[in-house]
Design a protein around this ligand. Sequence first.
Ligand SMILES: [Fe+2]
Length: 281
Amino acid sequence: MKFVDIHTHILWEVDDGAKSKEMTENMLKTAVDSGTETIVATPHMNRDENKDISETIKKVKKRFREFKALIKEREVNIKPELGYEVYFTYELMRIENSLLSELTIDGTTYILVELPFEYFSPTLVEGIIELRKRNVDPILVHPERVREFRENPLLLADLANNDVVVQVNSESLIDDTDTEKARFALRLIKSGVVHIVASDCHDDKNRIPDMRAAYEIVAKETSPYFAELLFYENPKRIIEDKPITEPSEVYYEILDNKSKFSKSWFIDMAGKIYSKLRGKK
Ligand SMILES: [Fe+2]
């Protein structure tokens, strides 16, 4: 299986991800060995840094050039791209267009957006939807890690219903410590509201760029075809700046043929939401 990983903290010493160049090298090896053909480095653009975005961009761009040089020098068989994981603030809504487009994935219209874990508010959800008016396509990262979404999945449905792309972390699907999170992440996927799975890797030991185990879970619980859409096809379309495929379109096809898709608490709602196909505008 091949992967396109659109959410990683593989650049060294720019955020809380890779802590050294050596760690970045180890992570590259893991990514390639596990089948990743394209990797998007997406350092955090945090709340504080939002005040001085251009400085952070300058620093990250320099490190990305060094990252590309490393890949070339070591002859690593992987395609690198650059993006950011942007911490959503209201200030973000006001930054100039040129800066906003710098934060997108590899010059596409897609931008990774993170919501705060502690200071959640439904108005933030509205803010993300509003971002679309700035001619960018927000991708909401790891909603399964936000307690409010677990308690009120309709908030997530709201986002999905407003053309916000939803990305779940591969590690969230691995039921080692947080069973509730793993179950919720899988439920979201089976309900058809998740478009993409990415690693959100941070190091070479625990949060690593290896999505195989998560892929196997999704393939087993849905189908290999459906898993491929989330782990490869849709993320590939993101970096190509193309419209993605709605999982529900594929999902209901499978639903007709596979009895293991029993109705869950989310399916009826998702069915209403995705009654018609949507595409990138
Ligand atoms: Fe991240």
